[in-house]
Design a protein around this ligand. Structure first.
Ligand SMILES: C[S@@+](CC[C@H](N)C(=O)[O-])C[C@H]1O[C@@H](n2cnc3c(N)ncnc32)[C@H](O)[C@@H]1O
Length: 174
């Protein structure tokens, strides 16, 4: 079993945001650990990744932030917004900490913009980031939600700066 399976399980055991009957969008689904966990629930699950996955059902291949993918999501969802967006997106990182900081800040901005399009009011977001995010960008990000929790997981290596944000009750309506 992928380590990522246990990470999403750990998050869901606490926050219980993945459940039956919801529409969920998963960003960065390859190779499929999270999807395997989500399969236990009866929900509408749309998966997105630049890499191909084995089962193409409910899957969109491409850059999550491209017009092409946006159009496909609208088509798939029939213009309905998601109850939950989960992101394990990991852009290519370098050994230079400063560069990674910029990479993850840009990712954060893209995730917010994506949420404005595809997340329901009062919907929830779970996403992976790195500890060294710019505090001002984070503050702006937090203002979109009623509550944000920061969680370092048991299954994340102690030396890693990987961190998960669990954001509840999206306040924005596009
Ligand atoms: C850590 S992996 C995800 C693992 C997955 N959660 C699992 O449980 O198997 C990160 C994924 O993000 C994808 N990714 C990175 N940037 C992306 C982008 N801009 N658009 C779509 N997928 C992207 C990568 O291709 C990679 O498969």
């Amino acid at each position: 079993m992928y380590k990522s399976y246990y990470k999403i399980k750990e998050i869901n055991n606490i926050y219980k945001l993945i459940k039956d009957g919801i529409f969920l969008i998963e960003l960065g689904c390859y190779p499929g650990g999270w999807s395997k966990y989500i399969k236990k629930y009866k929900n509408k699950h749309l998966k997105i990744d630049i890499k191909n996955i084995y089962s193409k059902k409910n899957f969109i291949k491409g850059n999550f932030y491209s017009n092409k993918v946006y159009k496909k999501i609208f088509f798939f969802s029939n213009y309905n917004k998601a109850d939950l967006i989960i992101s394990d997106l990991c852009p290519k990182i370098s050994k230079i900490k400063f560069q990674n900081k910029i990479i993850f800040e840009n990712l954060l901005k893209k995730i917010i913009s994506f949420s404005e399009f595809f997340l329901k009011k009062n919907g929830n977001l779970i996403f992976k980031s790195m500890e060294y995010n710019n505090i001002n960008i984070l503050k702006n990000f937090f203002s979109y939600f009623k509550k944000v929790y920061k969680k370092k997981l048991k299954f994340t290596k102690k030396s890693s700066s990987e961190i998960f944000y669990i954001c509840k009750d999206f306040l924005y309506e596009y």
